[in-house]
Design a protein around this ligand. Structure first.
Ligand code: CP
Length: 315
């Protein structure tokens, strides 16, 4: 397949991507997923490449999916967690990255609590930097796998109404999904309490709603987000119980949704808080499809960033 729509070295966010760059990643992900499904999962597209996962925050899905993706393309992959790195001994992120480059890395996948840290490193090292979540800024691979998963189910997001419900203020997933979905023609509503969904988000182009019933009634898909306690330095609502009472998606509120509205969640799900198990495990839930698709999407990202589209085509 033709890969000439990609000529970036790093993947720092969705905001900076064109529609054709987004489609390039998703088309390659589809190609690679088909190969995996047809038993060709060990193609050596990244043979000889060394990928370093530098994860300075906890992760299950993103870290494992990047590892599986790299191994499936025959790359060497090394994962470094903050507690096992020399960052705990006072080394800077800058020096850590320079040392990883000196150890022969061909790409660094970075998760960090500081917004902008992937951009910062991309100006210091020569190897590609792939943003695996930077504070409340962006989580591009998550938004790409979310978009891929919705498109896989319905064909296209153009004209869809998609409500993202929960802690928008502190969510990198909400921001990246806004850029991805709106660029591809969906109408995005951010919903939740006014303290976590301030009106300022309207300046991005999103709709803002503090009325759950209103935000759910026309939605073709609802994406739930957990409350990100680790990023909040003060209380944004009286209690978790109160949040659940007013904004949790449960059996009763399912009646406010249209028949067949898709349910997504980037994980980790706090069952019984933002989303009840009955809906999380229902046939309209795409939550585990999202996780599985994260492998193919990250294979595509690793391939495109480490070859910078230079290969021109893949077969
Ligand atoms: N969605 C997501 O980023 O999950 P992890 O924190 O487990 O990687």
């Amino acid at each position: 397949m033709d890969l000439t729509h990609w000529n970036k070295k790093s993947l720092l966010g969705i905001e900076e991507l064109t529609c054709s760059e987004i489609n390039q990643i998703l088309d390659l992900a589809k190609f690679l997923k088909n190969e995996m499904d047809n038993g060709c999962s060990e193609k050596a597209y990244l043979c000889g490449k060394r990928i370093v996962n530098l994860f300075m925050e906890p992760s299950t899905r993103t870290r494992i999916a990047f590892e599986v993706a790299a191994k499936s393309l025959n790359a060497d992959v090394i994962t470094v967690a903050e507690k096992s790195s020399s960052l705990t001994k006072g080394e800077t992120l800058r020096d850590t990255a320079l040392n990883i480059q000196a150890l022969g890395a061909d790409a660094i996948v970075l998760r960090h609590s500081s917004p902008g840290s992937p951009l910062f490193l991309s100006k210091i090292v020569d190897v590609p930097i792939i943003n695996a979540g930077d504070g409340a800024h962006e989580h591009p691979s998550q938004a790409l796998l979310d978009l891929y998963t919705i498109q896989e189910r319905v064909g296209s997001v153009e004209g869809m109404k998609i409500t993202i419900l929960g802690d928008i203020l502190f969510s990198r997933v909400a921001r990246s999904n806004y850029w991805a979905l709106s660029k591809m023609g969906a109408e995005v509503t951010f919903a939740g309490p006014s303290t976590l969904v301030p009106k300022q988000f309207e300046s991005m182009g999103a709709k803002v709603s503090h009325d759950l019933k209103e935000a759910l009634k026309d939605a073709d898909a609802v994406m739930l987000l957990r409350i990100q306690h680790e990023r909040q330095s003060s209380t944004h609502f009286p209690s978790l119980g109160e949040y659940t009472t007013i904004f949790g998606l449960n059996r009763d509120r399912k009646k406010w949704l249209k028949e067949g509205t898709l349910i997504l969640h980037p994980g980790p799900v706090n069952r019984g808080v933002e989303l009840d198990s009955e809906l999380a495990d229902s046939s309209q839930s795409l939550i585990l499809n999202q996780v599985t698709n994260g492998i193919a999407v990250r294979m595509a990202i690793l391939y495109l960033c480490t070859t910078k589209g230079m290969v021109g085509e893949i077969e």
